[in-house]
Design a protein around this ligand. Structure first.
Ligand code: EPU
Length: 349
């Protein structure tokens, strides 16, 4: 078969333990490596996915494999990055969904195209970035998003999504609500010519000040963010983890007021819709979990929002730990925590 007619490479009984950053052991009946949109379209055309459970895997950095998966894993390996156009507004750049997010960010910054620097060192792929609208240090991916291409895995329809179509929210998008339907193939970003560093987030400003930098370039902001993340967050190459394990919860103004009176030190972030976002890391720490282990799963000692694999953890251990933390935070503060990662092969409780 010539490469023009090739189907994705197929791995039966695939070991997924090295394909998720939490390093949880799990197997899938079949893993398919998707290297191009054409390969994917042929796969759908021959009916390979019909009626079989499947999920889309990027860098596996926001994933909890709670058990084995009796179905097809579509591992996205579509590469390539390019400048699409350059205009008055800025630079329109595009990357294949399988590109590593951080490498892509550093590439844009090195080209002199600013805008993504606050999102440096976030693990995962470009294609996964819009799924949960990744964000850090005052910037969300949605702020720079210019569109994406996706394929409907049921029908093979190719569709272009605008920002509006994606319905981005805090760590949320339409793709989380239509899980399993779309496979993102390429993502575009508009990197603004009229750029100013975004250092509203206190830690970034403090890091730059400590380096004696007053008017930072995008590269200097990126370097500062990398330094902060290295200090506070475990490197998945060394300690298995999936980044923030819980979302920062949104509560109504009434509960926020009660909590403010009882716990003045709890960080609160008022939202445009009247609700208030609370720092989940603070709640977990003050429920007594920071630095504590339950079996092989730990609550990270430098950032309580991150659960880590101390060695040999299994999906059910992670679910048990997450459940205990949720129970304690609810009992102590009356706040429900929601996990941030996607769960496959089981439930958080
Ligand atoms: N805090 C504590 N104890 C902790 C952790 C945090 O008291 O153990 C307090 C901090 O002192 C601070 C507040 O909580 O006042 C916020 O903490 P931090 O700045 O570390 O940010 P976060 O809200 O905990 C979010 C994102 C991170 C992102 C950082 C920086 C979510 C779920 N997490 O964490 O994203 O890097 O802001 O912008 O929104 C991720 O999603 O995987 C991730 C790492």
């Amino acid at each position: 078969m010539s490469s023009a007619e090739a189907l994705p490479e197929c791995v039966p009984d695939a070991d997924l333990s090295a394909l998720n950053t939490f390093r949880l052991p799990a197997r899938a009946s079949i893993l398919l490596r998707i290297r191009s949109e054409d390969e994917l379209l042929r796969l759908i055309a021959v009916g390979h996915l019909k009626g079989r459970p499947h999920f889309v895997l990027g860098g596996g950095s926001n994933l909890v494999l709670a058990g084995d998966f009796d179905g097809i894993v579509l591992k996205v390996e579509i590469d390539g990055r390019r400048l699409v156009t350059e205009g008055e507004a800025g630079w329109l750049v595009e990357a294949g969904a399988g590109e590593a997010w951080h490498d892509f960010v550093r590439w844009t910054v090195a080209q002199g195209w600013p805008g993504l620097e606050n999102l440096s060192l976030i693990p995962g792929t470009v294609g996964a970035a819009p799924i949960q609208n990744i964000g850090a240090y005052g910037v969300e991916m949605a702020d720079r998003f210019a569109g994406l291409d996706a394929v409907d895995l049921e029908t093979g329809e190719r569709r272009v999504f605008s920002a509006e179509d994606c319905r981005f929210g805090y760590r949320d998008s339409v793709f989380k609500h239509e899980a399993g339907r779309w496979l993102v193939t390429r993502v575009r970003f508009l990197l603004p010519r009229a750029w100013a560093p975004d250092v509203r987030y206190g830690e970034v400003g403090a890091e730059l000040a400590a380096r004696g930098i007053e008017l930072p370039t995008a590269l200097q902001v990126s370097d500062a963010v990398i330094a902060i993340r290295r200090r506070k967050l475990p490197d998945p190459a060394e300690i298995g983890n999936a980044g923030s394990f819980f979302k920062n919860p949104l509560v109504d103004a009434g509960l926020a007021g009660q909590l403010r009176a009882a716990h003045p030190a709890l960080p609160q972030y008022p939202q445009a819709d009247g609700r208030v976002k609370l720092a989940a890391g603070w709640l977990i720490e003050h429920a007594g979990w920071k630095g504590r282990d339950l079996g092989a799963v730990g609550c990270y000692e430098r950032q309580a929002l991150v659960l880590v694999n101390r060695g040999g953890a299994r999906g059910e251990d992670v679910c048990r730990m997450a459940g205990r933390i949720c129970d304690d935070v609810r009992a102590r503060f009356g706040v429900a925590l929601e996990p941030e990662p996607v769960f496959i092969g089981g439930n958080p409780r």
